[in-house]
Design a protein around this ligand. Structure first.
Ligand SMILES: Nc1ncnc2c1ncn2[C@@H]1O[C@H](COP(=O)(O)OP(=O)(O)OP(=O)(O)O)[C@@H](O)[C@H]1O
Length: 353
């Protein structure tokens, strides 16, 4: 087993119409990791996944998956990955067992191994009791569980999950999380994209945030949250029109430690600071003295939502930028140009078989 399940260097993908969907992306995912890939709509996540599973060819850079070159050895890559796409692959007219049998056919699972493999997967995703019912009668969560199982029939060491829980209720989502944890605990490397940042926080060992085709932040959920720079004090004002004045007061020297981020919100203002908790009452007193009515406040630890907003706002072209731009360390494209091994141009394969 190679050290890295995914090694992507300086990857660019440009569509035929000239859209540069992915630009200079580096990704290193260790074998056994639960890795998250986050970003706003249109950031390039699906394009990157499709490149990693060899459905798209990189225009530039190098992609190695499970030790195989994605351009030169796409079949080997495909034989060693599972892919749960956004669109379901479940056939509603077939039973759960028949769907899995069909997937075994598609992936060339040896005949003698199929029955045991299918029983094992049905048990893993807790569909044994309904194995012989048609998938059309399943709830959304059950269909997703079956979908995930079909991506695993060939026991891939690496599985890609593209927004696997979108549209599910919290209970169904929780059940899938348990299942994903279980397959990761059993040694499968997982590459997950999701719109639910709590999902990434709960599941991922490490993650990257992509925007406009480039990676803008990466790290463990804990490191990224720590980089937000303290806790968050949210203040609600009786009259949101007073929020600019309130922000000016909060920004006055001496209220919060250096490095604080102070922004207006729809209902008042938000302060991100190392001393948000201890100095919060000073702000409330200052606001009262200035005749600004406070109707509520809350101090909380940062979440991945805060990380996401900070790094993506940072790159939003200066709409709401201020001197207090969020102090998240972002990731540059770096100077690593090691991805030019033999690739000769857009869409061309670099050689060896
Ligand atoms: N076949 C295509 N031809 C041209 N442009 C495309 C094509 N597919 C995607 N794009 C563009 O490439 C960019 C990245 O799209 P992609 O689907 O990879 O983003 P995403 O992060 O997966 O978004 P979402 O969260 O909405 O699924 C977008 O600007 C999109 O419009």
């Amino acid at each position: 087993m190679t050290e890295y399940a995914i090694e992507a260097r300086d990857v660019a993908v440009t569509y035929a119409d000239g859209t540069e969907a992915v630009r200079g992306v580096d990704l290193l995912v260790e074998t056994g990791e639960f890795f998250g890939f986050l970003g706003p709509n249109g950031a390039g996540k699906t394009t990157m996944i499709k490149t990693l599973v060899t459905l798209l060819r990189p225009t530039d850079g190098s992609v190695t998956v499970n030790g195989f070159d994605a351009v030169a050895e796409p079949r080997s890559v495909r034989a060693t990955v599972g892919y749960m796409a956004q669109e379901t692959s479940v056939d509603p007219e077939l039973t759960a067992r028949e769907n899995l049998r069909f997937a075994c056919d598609a992936y060339g699972v040896p005949r003698g191994e199929r029955s045991d493999r299918i029983d094992e997967l049905l048990a893993l995703v807790e569909l044994t009791d309904v194995a012989d019912k048609v998938a059309d009668d399943f709830s959304g969560g059950m269909k997703k569980r079956l979908d995930a199982a079909t991506a695993l029939v060939h026991r891939p060491p690496l599985v890609f999950l593209d927004e696997p829980t979108t549209g599910l209720d919290p209970a169904a989502r929780n059940r899938l999380w348990e299942y994903f944890r279980r397959i990761n605990d059993e040694g499968t490397t997982v590459f997950l994209t999701t719109q639910y940042l709590e999902e990434a926080d709960q599941l991922c060992d490490r993650l990257s945030v992509i925007q406009d085709g480039a990676v803008v932040a990466e790290g463990t959920p804990e490191t990224l949250k720590r980089r937000v720079g303290g806790e968050i004090l949210a203040v609600e004002l009786a009259d949101p029109e007073t929020s600019d004045r309130a922000v000016a007061i909060a920004r006055e020297e001496g209220v919060f430690a250096d490095g604080a981020t102070i922004e207006p919100t729809e209902v008042g203002l938000a302060v991100t600071a190392r001393d948000a908790r201890t100095r919060g009452t000073d702000l409330l007193v200052a606001l009262r003295d200035a005749g600004i009515d406070v109707t509520g406040f809350d101090v909380r630890a940062p979440t991945l939502d805060d990380v996401f907003l900070a790094v993506t706002d940072d790159r939003s072209g200066g709409e709401s930028t201020s001197a207090d731009a969020a102090p998240i360390e972002t990731v540059g494209n770096g100077g690593d140009s090691s991805g030019s091994d033999g690739r000769t141009g857009p869409g061309e394969t670099g050689g060896k078989r």
